[in-house]
Design a protein around this ligand. Sequence first.
Ligand code: AMP
Length: 558
Amino acid sequence: MRRFAEVAEAIGATSSKLEKVRLLGDYLAALDEQRLPVATRFFAGRVFPPSDPRVLQVGGAALSAVLRELGGVDNEDLSSIWRKYADSGETTQEVFRRAGRTTSSDTDILDVVAAFDEIASISGARARTRAVSDLLARCDPLEAKYVTKLMAGDMRIGLREGLVEEAIGAAFSRPRAAVERANMVTGDLGEVALLALHDELESAQPRLFSPLRFMLASPVADAAEVIARLGAEVWVEDKYDGIRCQLHRDEHRVALFSRDLNDVTQQFPEVAGAARELPGSLLLDGELLAFRDGRVRSFFELQTRLGRKSPPQSVIDAVPVIFTAWDILYQDGESLLDHPLRERRHRLDDLHLGGRFATAHQERASGVEQLEQLFIDARERHNEGLLAKDPDSAYTPGRRGLAWLKLKKPLDTLDVVVVGAEWGHGKRRDVLSDVTFAVRVDDSDELVPIGKAYSGLTDAEIDTMTKMLLDRTLQDRGHYRSVVPDIVLEVAFDSVQPSTRHRSGYALRFPRIVNWRHDKPASEIDTLSRVRQIAESLIEEREQLVDRAGNPTAEPAG
Ligand code: AMP
């Protein structure tokens, strides 16, 4: 574990991506078959393979108890150290240093894995805390820092998944594209590293109960752009507003995975139960939707089902959920990823899904006008818009390609990340209700603020978010605090225009929070170029208005 921690520390200390890849590549190349998958997974911030439903369940309270015991600190010391670093690993390291716990018992990385196995198997909180304490007691400050970071599921050493892929390629002299494809198909960098070691990357195939990256859609401005990109024959499906979900089943097991590849089977027992009745072994892609009295309900209703590990029957009865499928990726031992959508849809239709399952509403369109009508029809069915798909396309896991295009109502919403917060006013003066949010600069990690929102969340959500924002505070300037950017929100707005008020160079008009996107990582929020695209299309629209009116007095938005 010492070597792992040293390499992680060195990777965190350099900002050079090349250097990060070199350090990790050299380290991975020297590992044996047993340690390679584990260490690679650890560097990807994962304790268990994605197909493994176990979780450690070591929260802040357990860690605080362990640090008080091993480091002899009290709550006050602990919170002042925490405020200084806002990172559980750094906090642990500092507590260990102060307590002079500097000897390591040369714990092997496989011993750490064994300890994690044990921790995950314990159901009582006290016994679990004991096991965490036993593990950390064997570590020196640096090892303890990384063991803690692993338990928290967040390495924060500036090592994006793409860099881990590059390092695997570099370690075993394999092409980057082969590593990337194997990762998309298996979703497990540990397994990919092993395949790379044995020169078997090409053989990677989706496997049941190992979640696959989801294929994503690219946004388009209007129906004309869809036709221009996809040509004469376009397949369109309604764009449902629920929770993306992958269903895996065979005669022994059923698993549901969320967009961030977490196992959510327990959260939707009625869907998992019904999936036992489906035929054969299957991997379906689709959306979980709230469905009551014969009608799909809003995302707002579905939200009451989020974040509950195993909902009580009363909640299941109040907000029943169905799975609407639009793709089939694997059936009875055969991968369908490379088969055209045409054929996949055919197979999906042949399943004749019913009951708790439905098949996405689908139509064919051959021109702009027809597509616009279908868009209106989808909105009338209370869906967000349309997903246009190329019938000849393969399923490309993890890619936001041009084979799937999403058409939402223009000037609809942006997915943004919270970068700062302020205390509210009046009855909200004790909560961090005013948040500053940012979009991402394309192809980089840079975040640029674009607006502030005050409304849209319920009081309970504001309370939860306040706690999270306090935990994530990077710098507290009294009035305004900057926070770790990982809370993703969907904000609706009426217009967007150039402005010097925010660093993005744009300001939104009437931004309001419409969803808390628990399912979306900050790396996938909307980009500055999408904002620019919306702003430019607005300007064009306004110019058209001016032209049509014959005079330049049309009200500029905002
Ligand atoms: P967005 O969340 O705005 O990036 O839009 C992409 C999301 O739309 C996907 O992740 C799905 O959850 C959702 N979606 C809804 N309907 C469909 C559909 N028919 N095909 C693919 N994705 C869909």
